[in-house]
Design a binder for this molecule. Structure first.
Ligand SMILES: [Fe+2]
Ligand SMILES: [Fe+2]
Length: 240
């Protein structure tokens, strides 16, 4: 694994060959794209497809009779329990993925020649807390009578969103600052999502669930501070 960006033979920029770049720009102006349509047609097509498409999955009907009763009760009161279950499912998927991401990061940092035990320890603590959060969410889903093992539509979407992050963390060539950058994206989104989830749970009349999430939010605040400071320290060390 490379530890920092180094100067090397990178030919991607136009400055590498001004003569060829000029020729390339002339060609781009001379030969039009050989596929039919233009920007407007693409816009129309996308709008049409969006209107025609079905939704990404559905929230499953609660498996238990108790859950069914709770859903009916909330529905009668004009609430949408499926929305909360969908968002809870999203958080569960995200936290589970968080555990895997930190596992990959621990392997990367721990395997370095001059591994920093304090950094490895901090990453292990975050990983353990992400796991704890996953269990908290699973418990909340069960308390609503829903099934925490079901993949909800929002869980599906965050899984797709996280694909790039997983690729960055599991690529053997990525270095520590690059992976910390990916983890910063994860923690920023994580933080905002917990904040919203607490608000949603309260608004849906599930105060007990909202209260059980406060501890997770406090820990997520710490995750964000830790990842930000690791990143800053690492980069400043290399720059100075
Ligand atoms: Fe998290
Ligand atoms: Fe986190």
């Amino acid at each position: 694994m490379a530890d920092a960006a180094k100067l090397g033979t990178n030919f991607t920029g136009v400055q590498m060959s001004p003569k060829d770049s000029k020729k390339m720009m002339e060609a781009a102006n001379h030969w039009m794209p050989d596929v039919p349509g233009d920007r407007m047609r693409m816009l129309e097509e996308r709008t049409l497809r969006s209107n025609e498409a079905d939704r990404i999955g559905s929230v499953p009907v609660p498996g238990s009779a108790k859950g069914m009763l709770k859903s009916t009760f909330d529905m009668v009161r004009g609430k949408s329990p499926e929305l909360l279950v969908d968002k809870l499912g999203e958080r569960l998927a995200y936290e589970r993925n968080g555990v895997r991401l930190y596992e990959a990061m621990i392997a990367k940092v721990g395997g370095m020649e001059k591994a920093d035990p304090a950094m490895v320890g901090a990453l292990q603590q975050i990983r353990d807390e992400e796991y704890e959060h996953m269990l908290t969410i699973a418990h909340a889903i069960e308390s609503l009578g829903a099934d925490p093992t079901a993949q909800t539509p929002c869980a599906d979407v965050v899984g797709v969103m996280a694909m790039g992050i997983v690729q960055v963390l599991s690529d053997p060539r990525t270095n520590v600052p690059q992976c910390l950058n990916a983890l910063l994206t994860v923690e920023l989104a994580d933080n905002a999502a917990w904040e919203l989830l607490i608000e949603l749970s309260e608004a849906a009349g599930h105060k007990q669930i909202a209260d059980s999430f406060v501890r997770c939010k406090v820990q997520e605040d710490e995750h964000l501070i830790k990842i930000k400071s690791m990143m800053r320290r690492d980069l400043l060390n290399d720059v100075q």
